[in-house]
Design a protein around this ligand. Structure first.
Ligand SMILES: [Zn+2]
Length: 667
């Protein structure tokens, strides 16, 4: 493992004398996904601070809940009175809920985030700096038949190795007892089997160096012991091809997502990973059995549940089997006060095809995917070392149903309206389409954004947007683009059919065939093709809806715009037929008629000025030439699209709504 410490960077951070170097080396740990993942691990520094009376107080500045080592700042280290923490470490018994209450009471700043659940443990270690990670290599070694012995052999006397206990107060007590007569200067770290590793020192760099050095030793051991052996491991490390999902796979994914959402109790996202590593694992004969043995560390079960699902020819049968197994696991390990959580798997293997991930939103989906990737790698090390061996299920259950975690779930904030939903938007590079992408992402959706504009894929920097270059007049291209939504998100719930363009104005006596044909192709036929290709997936969607962007020209056409008005009128008529046909599948279809939306790519300042001049108006007058004397913006149209796609108008289909500031010919 690379030591990322750079003296000049450290010097910059050191300007903040209190926590500067603490922040710096925490960020270094956070960069290494083999050390900590998504909020895992924690760090601290002991210091002196002055209180309001001017007295000096010893404090522990320890990572606060909700902070991630990858992005932590000084504000992520709440100051806790050290004396209180040490006293808490002497109590024989304390519930974790009471411990957390005491930690908050011991804060020097009542507005600071809640200190890490491991704060007492950090306090007990007498060194100024303490670093804690869940290093893959160390934890994976402990998940093998001779794990403790191997670790003992690797580290000798340098490291104190402790058996697994629950994190929180029990772990703090374990360390308090184990370290009673310990000469702290004789060791460089503590390994908690099946959990992680602590290192410490009186300066930030040595503590960090110790972490990197100790973890590197475990990595070196794995490399020497496992190198080459994997090839015999039933094909695990054999070079494997990426799998290319078929249209049939995509349809099955959308069916699986629908059933999984029913199990979860709301819309969920689903992803199929077909990388060579995922496919290689999915090709292992015993992959189903390996995944049933449990996660890398118990706290992963909070995100991934304690075991995985296995999908084969009929993925829904695999889902049902998981639900059954999870129910049994709950019955076996729960006590009367527990309530069973949802029974939806969070990850699974689809035989010969890859890994499947499920979660309520994009962020959680990414966490599940990352954890799964690290788990699969560790499982294969474990197999090379005599057999992957996770903790007994009761230990996993105790973490999954830990009262602190359950309390967090209960206090979770309200779910965004489109969380877990997948929206496809055409013409997404600019104007109304782009405004729709932004509006849906703000409301919690993930979006497949389609456009033909060169390089538009880089316009969006949100992980919730998958931008795919697509010519929507080409049925084949549409099919491939939609498959991206299926592979990455598992389905389609909303289609916003928006792509279009305003052709050059030509009166009927001089209308060119090409002008007419081009307008009909893009403004009418492409919408039919996109809708047709989306329907099999929309039918499996959650409260599915289609929103068509037509035009004011439908109810109020203008001279010189035959090619445009006829196409948009045909589009409206198609939407009406679609509303009739799709009602039985629960798909709503509604139409918007925007007018004079000038903040789009077509309306440059020059075009606006020349149009205004043509009507002998100022640009301002031209823009607001409507009943309400208001300017209609792309965002106004997007707001209406979101309403039509959401639950507010759940009982409306086949409707047409003007968004035009009021037009006297339409009214
Ligand atoms: Zn930990």
């Amino acid at each position: 493992m690379k030591n990322r410490w750079i003296e000049s960077d450290a010097a910059k951070h050191a300007r903040d004398e209190l926590v500067g170097l603490r922040v710096y080396s925490s960020l270094l740990l956070g960069q290494e996904s083999d050390l900590v993942l998504h909020g895992g691990g924690n760090t601290s520094v002991k210091a002196e601070m002055r209180n309001v009376f001017g007295d000096s107080e010893s404090v522990l500045l320890v990572k606060g809940s909700g902070w991630d080592l990858r992005t932590i700042e000084a504000a992520g280290f709440p100051p806790v009175k050290l004396e209180t923490l040490l006293k808490l470490g002497e109590i024989e018994q304390l519930s974790d809920v009471e411990m957390m209450r005491q930690l908050r009471l011991a804060l020097l700043d009542p507005t600071a985030p809640t200190p890490s659940v491991e704060a007492i443990l950090h306090a007990l270690i007498p060194h100024k700096y303490v670093d804690h990670s869940h290093a893959d290599a160390v934890v994976a070694l402990s998940n093998t038949p001779n794990g403790a012995a191997i670790l003992g052999e690797i580290y000798g006397e340098q490291v104190l190795i402790l058996p697994y206990v629950m994190p929180g107060f029990i772990l703090a007590r374990q360390v308090a007892q184990a370290s009673k007569d310990l000469d702290w200067s004789s060791i460089r770290g503590i390994i908690l089997l099946h959990h992680g590793i602590f290192t410490f020192a009186d300066d930030a760099k040595t503590s960090y160096d110790n972490m990197i050095e100790l973890v590197s030793k475990a990595e070196d051991y794995l490399e020497q012991t496992c190198a080459g052996k994997s090839a015999d491991n039933k094909g695990a490390a054999l070079p494997s091809q990426n799998y290319q999902p078929t249209a049939q796979d995509c349809l099955q994914l959308s069916e699986l997502r629908r059933e999984a959402g029913a199990s979860y109790g709301g819309p969920v996202l689903l992803r199929l990973e077909c990388s060579s590593a995922a496919v290689a694992f999915a090709q292992l004969e015993n992959c189903h059995e390996l995944l049933s043995r449990g996660p890398l560390t118990p706290d992963h079960s909070l995100h991934t549940k304690p075991f995985a699902a296995v999908f084969a020819e009929d993925p829904i049968a695999g889902l049902r089997e998981f639900e059954h197994n999870y129910q049994q696991y709950f019955v076996q390990h729960s006590r009367e006060f527990h309530h069973c959580l949802d029974r939806m798997p969070r990850y699974g293997v689809w035989r010969n095809k890859g890994m499947v991930y499920l979660a309520a939103n994009q962020k959680k989906l990414q966490i599940v995917q990352d954890i799964s990737q690290h788990t699969i790698k560790a499982i294969q090390w474990g197999e090379d070392l005599g057999g992957w061996q996770a903790l007994p299920r009761q230990d996993l259950f105790d973490v999954e149903y830990w009262e602190l975690e359950q309390a967090k779930l209960k206090s979770a904030t309200a779910v965004a309206e489109f969380e877990g939903k997948v929206v496809v938007i055409s013409g997404a590079a600019s104007g109304i389409g782009k405004a729709c992408v932004e509006a849906f992402v703000r409301k919690g959706a993930v979006v497949l954004a389609l456009d033909i504009a060169a390089g538009f894929e880089t316009e969006f920097d949100s992980p919730a947007v998958l931008a795919v270059h697509c010519d929507v007049t080409d049925s084949g291209a549409i099919e491939l683009a939609l498959q991206q939504a299926l592979i990455n998100f598992g389905g389609i719930d909303v289609l916003v059919s928006n792509a279009g363009s305003f052709p050059e104005s030509q009166r009927l006596d001089s209308l060119q065939d090409s002008n007419w044909a081009r307008s009909l192709e893009l403004n009418l036929s492409s919408h039919m093709k996109l809708m047709r290709a989306s329907l099999p997936y929309l039918k499996n969607g959650f409260d599915p809806a289609i929103v068509i962007i037509a035009s004011k020209n439908v109810p109020a056409p203008g001279p010189g715009a035959a090619a445009y008005s006829v196409a948009k009128a045909g589009l409206t008529q198609m939407a009406r037929v679609a509303a009739l046909e799709l009602g039985e599948s629960g798909i709503r279809v509604n139409v918007l008629h925007p007018n004079a939306v000038y903040d789009t790519a077509i309306w440059t300042d020059e075009v606006l000025a020349s149009r205004a001049e043509h009507y002998q108006l100022s640009v301002e007058q031209y823009k607001t030439a409507n009943v309400l004397k208001t300017e209609v913006k792309s965002a106004d149209v997007a707001a209406a699209v979101v309403i039509f796609a959401g639950c507010s108008l759940a009982k409306t289909t086949g409707a047409q709504l003007p968004i035009d500031g009021g037009n006297d010919r339409v009214i």
